[in-house]
Design a protein around this ligand. Structure first.
Ligand code: 5GP
Ligand code: MN
Length: 331
């Protein structure tokens, strides 16, 4: 990572360092934020982590005693931190829009040096330092690369590596996606040498299911999954009332779209979830250009095989729109 020394120098000279990441936190946004914060702490640099919205319950364990401010609940503190920051890290996203309108505006208007470290396609050019690696499976892996390239490998500890392992694990589908290579496993090997307890990370993340969560997922698969065989596509949709029926909490539908994609013969899957009058959409693909579909029709984007977007129409209109543009993206 050629920018490593520049990044450490900027952070070292700063009075106030802020670490931000994208809306709807996932293992990689939480993991890269905590990993970078713990690394900076080992250099004597205190950072304030500011996210747009709260950490989902199933990832709360990763925080240990660390604090993550969220704009939804800690609005004033986040405003103050971002306004006074000398350096703002943008981790696991590459455009202010991914923070939501209000927090995005805080980023664009901030006087801080803006450092992006990310692995999504098509970065914005609002950043002073851009580390953009779409070929790398996770931002957490890029934080490891930063630590190593800045000559601080000897400082790594199990506590520092734990959130980075989490981010690599979740963004690679537990080490199975195309983005995994020998470098990924070399990094994991170095992490294990610190004494990191990988089994606990998998269990903490995946084995804390509430019965309601499993029932919601069962309902979604048995009642709300639609197969469009001629388009090799599977759709799952849930409206707000359906989610409330199963006492939905954030994270409960995580990965449902991958289950739809796992159906024999399916090459594209889409999950539509109604939330606060909007429809949030997750796309997954084994080939079709979902990143373009999300960008062209649903104000979104992401990666080649995993993308997301949003619709402000009602569910039926959104589903109809999706189905009508589908043939343009499925060969
Ligand atoms: P997920 O379906 O897990 O929410 O997101 C899949 C991928 O698409 C993630 O890499 C995420 O960053 C990206 N993504 C999700 N929602 C959006 C969105 O609204 N806009 C953009 N540009 N990317 C998104
Ligand atoms: Mn990521």
């Amino acid at each position: 990572m050629k920018q490593a020394n520049q990044i450490i120098q900027l952070a070292g000279e700063a009075q106030n360092v802020v670490i931000t990441s994208h809306r709807s936190p996932d293992g990689d946004s939480i993991g890269s934020s905590l990993g970078l914060s713990r690394f900076l702490k080992s250099l004597g640099i205190e950072a304030t982590i500011c996210h747009p919205d709260p950490c989902p319950n199933f990832l709360n364990w990763a925080k240990r005693s660390d604090i993550i401010l969220d704009f939804e609940n800690d609005t004033a503190a986040v405003k103050e931190a971002m306004t006074n920051a000398d350096v703002i890290f943008s981790l696991d996203y590459n455009g202010a829009g991914r923070l939501g309108n209000d927090m995005g505006e805080l980023l664009t208007s901030a006087s801080a040096a803006k450092i992006m470290i990310d692995h999504h396609l098509n970065p914005d050019n609002i950043f002073d330092v851009s580390v953009s690696h779409p070929e790398v499976g996770s931002t957490s892996q890029l934080i490891f690369e930063l630590i190593e390239a800045s000559g601080n490998f000897s400082k790594i500890t199990a506590e520092m590596m734990e959130p980075l392992y989490l981010g690599i694990m979740t963004d690679t589908g537990s080490f199975r996606f195309d983005s995994v290579d020998d470098r990924t496993h070399t990094i994991i090997s170095k992490m294990l040498e610190t004494g990191l307890n990988h089994t606990a990370i998998h269990e903490n993340t995946f084995d804390g299911n509430r019965l309601d969560k499993l029932k919601l997922r069962g309902y979604a698969i048995s009642e709300k999954l639609e197969l469009i065989p001629e388009m090799k596509t599977a759709i799952v949709s849930l409206d707000e009332a359906e989610m409330e029926r199963f006492n939905y909490i954030k994270g409960d539908t995580e990965g449902l779209v991958n289950i739809a994609l796992s159906i024999e013969g399916v090459e594209m899957a889409a999950f539509f979830a109604e939330k606060d009058g909007k429809i949030k959409i997750s796309f997954r693909s084994k080939g079709p250009a979902i990143n373009e579909l999300a960008g062209d029709h649903f104000q979104g984007g992401g990666h080649k095989f995993a993308a997301g977007g949003v619709s402000f129409d009602d569910m039926n209109t959104t589903l109809a729109r999706f189905k009508s543009v589908l043939p343009d993206y499925v060969k």
